[in-house]
Write a protein that binds this ligand. Structure first.
Ligand SMILES: C[S@@+](CC[C@H](N)C(=O)[O-])C[C@H]1O[C@@H](n2cnc3c(N)ncnc32)[C@H](O)[C@@H]1O
Length: 227
């Protein structure tokens, strides 16, 4: 089974003995995690009956019933304490993910999150819930998909030191530090959008434009930035 660029980027951030994919739908990620050898066992969790059945059929057809357990339930509810080392939530809105994280009675050491939009809400959540942002990617596709890896660690997250805070929370400290070319393209697009709206002088828009311009200035001055 071949994964698209979005799920391939998620896969690259996962390595665990036992992993859970929450909201698995077609179970493409669990199958690729087993077939690539990145995990020994994967729990494919799904809330809704239709996607749950899709996952069950995909796992049986691939003959991976020994390594992938499909379970039904809301978020982390079907996972036992200390059963997994990492979990992924992909292809959902950040608000849905936050609800799942907030309702979880126990969370694993590593979380790999790929929201469709609003990654800032997840970066903010992590800063107050004992996780550090240890890796990020922005993947071109239907739109640019953020992929975030968080790992439990004590104290303040060092990823945010030396980067403008509002820009880092909005656009990603690692992406800014690495002068990521996809982030550069995204920032140019945002700058055009907010500059066009700024002529009306609304404070909210002017604030957004300032964050974009701070991010662009930092990215262009980063040591890894292209000349
Ligand atoms: C848009 S699909 C994404 C599927 C796959 N993760 C991907 O990235 O391609 C979102 C899936 O999450 C499931 N889902 C939504 N809320 C959930 C919850 N609270 N617990 C478990 N699954 C949930 C939906 O039923 C749906 O199958």
């Amino acid at each position: 089974m071949t994964l698209d660029a979005r799920l391939s980027a998620v896969l690259a951030f996962i390595r665990a003995d036992t992993h859970a994919d929450i909201g698995t739908d077609h179970a493409a990620l669990p199958l690729a995690l087993i077939e690539s050898g990145r995990c020994r066992k994967v729990i494919a969790a799904e809330l809704h009956p239709g996607p749950l059945q899709l996952a069950q059929v995909a796992v049986l057809r691939a003959g991976r019933g020994q390594q992938i357990e499909v379970r039904q339930g809301d978020g982390f509810a079907p996972i036992a304490p200390n059963e997994i080392q990492s979990a992924s939530l992909t292809g959902m809105g950040a608000r849905t993910m936050l609800g799942i994280l907030e309702r979880a009675a126990h969370l694993p050491r590593a979380l790999i999150l790929q929201p469709n939009a609003e990654p800032e809400a997840l970066r903010r959540w992590a800063t107050t819930h004992g996780y550090h942002l240890t890796a990020e990617a922005l993947v071109p596709g239907f739109w640019r998909y953020p992929v975030l890896k968080f790992e439990q660690a004590p104290g303040a997250d060092p990823a945010y030191s030396g980067v403008p805070q509002a820009a880092a929370l909005r656009y990603g400290p690692h992406l800014l530090m690495a002068a990521d070319p996809h982030l550069h393209a995204e920032l140019r697009a945002q700058e055009r959008r907010f500059s066009a709206l700024a002529v009306y002088g609304r404070p909210g828009v002017l604030g957004e434009l300032r964050v974009v311009q701070d991010a662009l200035a930092f990215l262009l001055a980063a040591p890894t930035s292209a000349p």
